[in-house]
Design a protein. Structure first.
Length: 172
């Protein structure tokens, strides 16, 4: 092989090694979620779909409510099942994943929401409040004994707890 041909091969191999190094650096800097995490997220989405349908049909209505936010990018209504924290004209919510939850991001962009907690949809204004999440979950459990299981799930699976207060509009 001529000198030029060998040089081209050397360049080809060194370029391949450099691109491999770049890929490894990129994956270390911004790793892709593992298959196990993807499976867990898919299972959670499935559970949310089933829960939304069940609550819409009236099953599990005492322990679970539906929160409707407006998508910050799409502008479409998004419905999320949450623990029923209704206390008169105030609805309390403790998030499992804090600012990473899409419904929290939607609330930050557009605080007007609707809540379906037993008596149909009620509009209100949501705000993140500086409150102790564990104490708030205990108060929700005291108000609604049916919400105990949901509160346990929030405590066990949560990564960042936030407390959200929704001031519901007065019934007309």
């Amino acid at each position: 092989m001529s000198y030029g041909g060998q040089r081209r091969l050397d360049l080809l191999y060194s370029t391949h090694e450099q691109s491999q190094d770049r890929r490894e650096y990129r994956s270390a800097r911004n790793p892709r979620p593992s298959d196990q995490i993807c499976d867990i997220l898919a299972a959670m989405r499935l559970i949310d779909r089933i829960t939304r349908s069940a609550v819409g049909l009236g099953i599990g209505r005492r322990s679970t409510a539906l929160l409707e936010t407006i998508g910050r990018k799409s502008g479409e209504a998004r419905v999320t099942p949450v623990t029923n924290g209704l206390d008169g004209d105030v609805f309390w919510l403790v998030t499992e994943h804090g600012h990473r939850a899409n419904y929290v991001r939607n609330i930050e962009a557009q605080p007007r929401v609707r809540v379906n907690a037993g008596r149909g949809w009620r509009p209100g204004t949501a705000q993140i409040v500086d409150d102790n999440p564990d104490e708030r979950l205990q108060k929700i459990e005291a108000l609604n004994r049916h919400a105990r299981t949901n509160a346990r799930i929030v405590r066990r699976t949560g990564t960042e707890h936030l407390v959200i207060r929704i001031d519901l509009d007065a019934d007309r």
